[in-house]
Ligand binder design. Structure first.
Ligand SMILES: O=P(O)(O)OC[C@H]1O[C@H](OP(=O)(O)OP(=O)(O)O)[C@H](O)[C@@H]1O
Ligand SMILES: Nc1ncnc2[nH]cnc12
Length: 175
């Protein structure tokens, strides 16, 4: 099934801050066929990259990445916001379109040499991708790709990762 996913993304002006156009994927999630189709496209991509594990940043990266992992029979590793993981962690900080934050992963979550595809709903400035990739690499993992429902090309996230393969279902103009 070839789907025009853009039709199902809601654009909300001035959320969460003035000047931001929030791209809301919940209309995709609440339709079982669309959610499955989006998951399937990301799973085909991850398979083509030879993914051995899927990593997703909290929170929307869980919604996007977990079904990709289960479709492929792979494990899922969460990158969580600070203070949520109970065992020893690695931490990386990042800026995003509307603020800054940190992400943590359990230190033993990725095995040296393991091939990782990072999944998330959207790439804007790619600060989140940067932090997630840094955590994976600190543990000796290899990021073989990153997959998103939405990419905002005007924020030039892709240009920050000339050596990383990046896949997105749709590109949307504007910040
Ligand atoms: O490319 P960037 O500029 O880093 O922005 C993209 C990130 O921003 C959003 O997450 P957010 O931190 O708002 O968290 P949420 O998933 O918990 O809503 C989105 O889900 C991406 O992870
Ligand atoms: N414009 C945007 N819409 C939804 N999530 C985002 N995360 C960062 N920028 C975003």
């Amino acid at each position: 099934m070839s789907v025009d996913f853009k039709k199902y993304i809601a654009s909300v002006q001035n959320f969460p801050n003035e000047g931001i156009v929030f791209r809301d994927i919940t209309p995709i999630l609440q339709d079982g066929k669309l959610y499955r189709a989006a998951t399937h496209e990301l799973a085909e991509y991850a398979k083509s990259r030879g993914a051995e594990v899927i990593v997703g940043p909290e929170a929307r990266g869980f919604i996007v990445g977990c079904p990709v992992a289960t479709e492929l029979g792979l494990g899922f590793v969460p990158a969580r916001k600070p203070g949520k993981l109970p065992r020893e962690t690695e931490k990386a900080s990042y800026d995003l379109e509307y603020g800054s934050n940190s992400l943590e992963m359990h230190k033993d979550a990725i095995k040296p040499g393991q091939k990782v595809v990072i999944c998330d709903d959207l790439m804007a400035t790619a600060g989140t991708l940067h932090a997630t990739k840094e955590l994976v690499e600190r543990m000796g993992g290899e990021v073989v790709g990153a997959a998103f429902y939405i990419e905002l090309p005007d924020l030039k996230g892709r240009e920050k990762f000339p050596d990383t393969d990046i896949f997105s279902l749709v590109q949307m103009e504007g910040a």
